[in-house]
Write a protein that binds this ligand. Sequence first.
Ligand code: B12
Ligand code: SF4
Ligand code: SF4
Length: 385
Amino acid sequence: MHGELTGRVKALCREAGFPLVGVAAAVRAEGARAAAMRALEAGQLGEMGWMDTEWLERATDPGRFLAGARSLVVVGLPARAPDPPKPGDGVRRGVVARYARGRDYHRVFESRLRKVVRQLRAEFGAEARATVDYGPLLERPYAAAAGLGWLGKSTMLLVPGFGPWVLLGVIATTLELEPDPPVRKTCGACRRCIVACPTGAISADGGVVDARRCISYLTIELRGPIPRELRQAIGTRVFGCDDCLDACPVGAGRWEGDAELAAADPGRAWPALRGFIEMDQAAFEARYRGTALMRAKREGMARNACIALGNAGTREDAEVLVGALDDASALVRGHAAWALGRLGRRTGAAVSGWLRKRLAVEEEEWVREELRLALVDADAETGTG
Ligand code: B12
Ligand code: SF4
Ligand code: SF4
């Protein structure tokens, strides 16, 4: 009987647009709770203040997510659409993580999850509640418990055949469904993700990511300045990072992504860097409404674009960075200063005069410090005083 019911619920999920479905019992995830608390205590969750003790308690206790929950239906969407061609127009471009190139995946999940929740209520008179990402439910440990895959050293859930390229959502329900057996696989001796991580964010033996070093956190979640010592390693990544996913041999040969998550417009995968600096918040919203980039806001994206231009720009890019020295946002001004210092050092572009001019009027102490350090950086190469 449970088997039939479970089969029907899974079929509803597939019909709603989730090709990957698994079921776990709605019980407390003690091991995950303890691991997450350790990460919190060690400061490894950075400034994601919403993930406090209370949130982590709730996120590992499905009964607090839905009263009377008996089962968790975990759904997955493949998110590795092939790259659109990179425009060869000489415009300096950044790179956006694959999951964020099309429609915001939260919206894609939400409409499909709502449909399943409605059907569970109508067809079985059951209670159901769904979530994607913002939780309070830790999705990866429950996805592993639901037999969708195993937890890799990168902390990603690795789905057989797909690897880490799967996004997750969860439906808690009062229905008693048949749990799936866990996937009994491990990473074995592989360490590719640990080696590939540009900032050393993954622990030496894997299994823990220090968000404070993770480029995904730095470019999306962090609101303030990006630590100076990590800026160079960010390269041209302006929103998220896929390096530990790209390095993973599991599912590596498979390029499959939900059509709604794929970017039709190459500019969404490889956005022009100066665009983020030149746009104001209104123009940013007009262009990026409905995409995941809204989370970082124009200010965060302009900060990230400055770093990318500092790392990969040419002399011609000095002009837009000089403009950014006068940005209304101190965050942008400070990163523009850093980028000009680095550009000067890398390319020999004459930037010191602009940095001094700004220093003469800048009032924010943090930006003044960035300007002073940028002058040292720029002068180190050009040899001018
Ligand atoms: C906060 C968060 C982040 C943070 C922190 C990530 C991290 N590794 O800790 C930042 C901003 C850095 C981030 C980055 C990314 N994220 Co994120 N993120 C989340 C979020 C909202 C919460 C995760 C969390 O609490 N992390 C804290 C750690 C402590 O918990 P955890 O990793 O979830 O679980 C660990 C513990 O529970 C432990 N554990 C479990 N059981 C047990 C048992 C025992 C005994 C022990 C010891 C441990 C243990 O192992 C787990 C894995 O290490 C989830 C959505 C959700 N609601 O769950 C998405 C989520 C994890 N992110 C996701 C994605 C796609 C990404 C990125 C790939 C995005 C990108 N391209 O830039 C990167 C990947 C970075 C990485 N290697 O993890 C997907 C992952 C899908 C998958 N297949 O795994 C999720 C599930 C979102 C979604 N709905 O699809 N993310
Ligand atoms: S997303 Fe990038 S920075 Fe973060 S752990 Fe993976 S490789 Fe490292
Ligand atoms: S790269 Fe290797 S170690 Fe890392 S998650 Fe994939 S299989 Fe595991």
